[in-house]
Design a binder for this molecule. Structure first.
Ligand SMILES: CC(C)(COP(=O)(O)OP(=O)(O)OC[C@H]1O[C@@H](n2cnc3c(N)ncnc32)[C@H](O)[C@@H]1OP(=O)(O)O)[C@@H](O)C(=O)NCCC(=O)NCCS
Length: 188
């Protein structure tokens, strides 16, 4: 799959954005392979260590990521990467929302891009591809669990048709402070 071309807008900022998107026109969205683990780590671990985008503060190893890719694919779930030439720009994956057979048709996903790849439609391409995979595999509903202070990710999900369904104050703790979490859901 390639990142879609959206056509030229009429404003200067629209033209600038479309020129950036042209640069990203050659991006390919592919199922992750274990060979991608190192490049995924290079994107993921700084987000874990330095931000509240994820509440987790335990950095992952190459084995953790390689195992996750294998396990997701074995379970019929998806783990996608966005490649441009030799560069891995980002990844997206989904897994269980909650344990228990009654939740089997609801999944929770993650999308994370390299800093330099943001704002060019790559996140949209990854999440759209993830949704297609989920829908084709009987998933009814996708949920994003987003730090409330991550307003960009909240806006991103709303643009892609997700609806805010819950706001849980002080659900997480990182860097010595409480963090609120927003759940955004899309019925597929
Ligand atoms: C959230 C994230 C995946 C978005 O990916 P992206 O490729 O930058 O987003 P896109 O370029 O595809 O933008 C799609 C829409 O999201 C919204 N959006 C993206 N960046 C935005 C920003 N900085 N401010 C406001 N809205 C923004 C816009 O509505 C945009 O639509 P438009 O291009 O028509 O204006 C990316 O910023 C990221 O990796 N963030 C860190 C990790 C994270 O927060 N993941 C989400 C938790 S699951």
């Amino acid at each position: 799959m390639h990142v879609g071309w959206v056509g030229f807008g009429h404003s200067i900022s629209g033209i600038r954005r479309n020129l950036r998107q042209l640069e990203y026109h050659t991006v390919k969205i592919l199922p992750a392979s274990v060979d991608d683990a190192e490049a995924i780590l290079a994107i993921w671990n700084p987000v874990i260590a330095g931000t509240t985008v994820t509440f987790n503060n335990v950095e992952k190893s190459r084995t953790d990521v390689a195992t996750m890719i294998k396990d997701r694919h074995t379970a019929g779930r998806e783990f996608l990467v966005a490649h441009q030439g030799d560069n891995l720009l980002g990844f997206a994956t989904y897994g269980p929302f909650r344990s228990g057979s009654g939740y089997a048709n609801t999944v929770e996903h993650t999308v994370i891009l390299a800093e330099q790849a943001k704002g060019n439609g790559v996140g949209r391409a990854l999440l759209t591809a993830l949704e297609s995979h989920a829908k084709a595999n009987g998933i009814h509903s996708m949920i994003a669990s987003v730090s409330a202070e991550n307003t960009i990710a909240v806006a991103f999900h709303k643009t892609l048709g997700f609806e805010q369904v819950a706001y849980i104050p002080e659900a997480g703790r990182k860097f010595g402070r409480w963090l609120d979490v927003v759940f955004l859901q899309k019925i597929l």
